[in-house]
Design a protein around this ligand. Structure first.
Ligand code: PGA
Length: 285
């Protein structure tokens, strides 16, 4: 079976808890439309997002995880078992701390996330690297913690505008990956997602040239060879793109086996923007 295509919504600190709950419900409601005969048709046959192997993940603020976790799971009604209302958004967190328990004021443990049904964790987002001084050592510890608790880490890497201007993109990626992945082994069914996010296009409405994203993904794959076998890279690691992805450009950034999805900020914050994005993926893949 081909690898999953990931669509991961990063809501950052943009929504009140009540707004996140409402958006989650609205997305769930709207997206079930994609499973009806008028929805995604494939050669005359209705195909669900699940059959298409598309994984939808919502990453709200910590405070909204509990409420959202109750609202977004798939429907377990008989209809659902016939493949209709079975859209299930997975729950993701935007960060985690690298200890399970203890005197760490203000931090959130992997156990607390698991208790709420979280299965994905964004690690080392450029906003955390910039505003919270998160280092490659931090990302390394956090990835290890995620894997130890069966949470799939989504490691964000990417260069700033100046780094690109001075031709340092690949060096930055190699540094972030080499330090971030030090001593990391993928056991059994553990998975890892690398999100290539050029920092300078995040939130600008202007994504980078898809060819540049693909070249960055190739550089990432090359670096991964220092840590993992080809089989592991093919079967357990996915690279996705992030940075001003929307319904008009999403398909330019998908190339199964090289770029397997997207991390979406701004365009995931309303049903008007996010549903067409899901639809585009579901129809064209
Ligand atoms: P954006 O954010 O889609 O608004 O550019 C992406 C991200 O920061 O992950």
């Amino acid at each position: 079976m081909k690898n999953k295509i990931y669509l991961i919504a990063n809501w950052k600190m943009q929504l009140l808890n009540s707004e996140a709950g409402e958006l989650g419900l609205a997305l769930k409601h709207e997206s079930t439309r994609l499973l009806t005969p008028e929805g995604v048709a494939d050669g005359g046959q209705v195909k669900t997002l699940k059959q298409k192997n598309i994984e939808l993940v919502l990453c709200p603020s910590f405070t909204a995880l509990s409420e959202l976790g109750k609202k977004i799971p798939g429907d377990s009604s008989p209809d659902s078992r016939r493949g209709r209302n079975d859209i299930a958004f997975k729950l993701g967190a935007q960060n985690v701390f690298y200890h399970e328990k203890g005197a760490y004021t203000g931090e959130i443990s992997p156990l607390q996330l698991k208790e709420l049904g979280v299965t994905y964790v964004i690690i080392g987002h450029s906003e955390r690297r910039t505003y919270l001084n998160e280092s490659d050592t931090d990302t390394n510890l956090k990835i290890k913690t995620c894997l130890a608790h069966n949470l799939t880490p989504v490691l964000c890497v990417g260069e700033t505008f100046d780094e690109r201007r001075f031709g340092r993109t690949e060096l930055v990626l190699i540094r972030q990956l080499t330090r971030g992945l030090e001593d990391i082994k993928l056991k059994n069914d553990q998975k890892l997602i690398i999100a290539y996010e050029p920092v300078w296009v995040i939130g600008t409405g202007q994504a980078i040239n898809p060819l540049d994203a693909k070249n960055a993904a190739l550089a990432i794959k090359q670096t991964l060879l220092d840590f993992f076998t080809i089989e592991e890279i093919e079967n357990k690691i996915s690279i996705i793109y992030g940075g001003s992805v929307d319904q008009n450009n999403i398909l330019d950034f998908i190339e199964p086996g090289l770029l397997d999805g997207a991390l979406v900020g701004t365009a995931s914050l309303t049903t008007e923007k996010f549903i067409p994005l899901i639809e585009t993926l579901a129809e064209k893949l």
